[in-house]
Write a protein that binds this ligand. Sequence first.
Ligand SMILES: Cc1ncc(COP(=O)(O)O)c(C=O)c1O
Length: 271
Amino acid sequence: MMESAEADGAIAPGQTVLEPTSGNTGIALAMICRRKGYPFTAVMPDNVTEERTQLLRMFGAEIVYSEGAKGSNGAVELALEICEGDASYYMPYQYGNDANPGAHYHGTAVEILDELDEVAAFVAGLGTGGTLMGVGRRLKEADPETKIVAAEPMQGELVQGLRSLEDGFIPPIIDLSVLDRKIMVSNRDAIVWTQKLLPEERYFQPSSGTRKTTAGSTSPRGSTRPRSRSSRGSRPPSGGERAGRPGDPIRASRCSVYHAARVGDRARGPA
Ligand SMILES: Cc1ncc(COP(=O)(O)O)c(C=O)c1O
């Protein structure tokens, strides 16, 4: 997202990058902004884990907290409010920025195709939807039979980084036709599998990642037990310590927020 903003001239030196995030993208942006010399502000729910806050601060990020009970939708609302009318900010807006699925289309998916002979199904947690859209499109180009499966929390259960589309906000980058199926995973099941995976598979991942594994254990052929890591082709999204087609950026005169041109009003954020 940062590289395409620079290539498109959507961000200017001296602008502060501001992004609503429940942690993971925020940590990546904090690291990249530090290297590139942009100040970075993360807007995130006040109930995120202490580790995320610490990591962000290590990279020199400012943090603005939104109301925890509103989850990442609350962070999106607050970030849009802060950014509105203030030219000193640039917001990549991962929920509506085609460079997000683009990174998975050109990166993650290519790595998967390089490593696996065949992919029966790809299961991923749904946050912005960038992973599912970018990887899903590329895998289906390689094999139209590959099933793309979203793992979502149950409606109303707050999980950092993930969302249930039933909660009402469908990120603008999501094209539902790419998804073959979605599997709702309860917090209880995610915790049960987190506890089982370490002793049984020596596989430690955060509960958001376990959600994907739990969903994967029943997909696509209904097996109730996860297969081995190699046959499942599953990888932890990160260490257990923490949980294509480019659109045109609209260069607003004040606060530039990336909008995928094709999504119109939905890019404004959660309903
Ligand atoms: C384990 C895990 N899965 C999925 C996601 C969501 O990814 P995306 O925003 O690409 O939908 C996250 C986001 O932080 C995550 O931590």
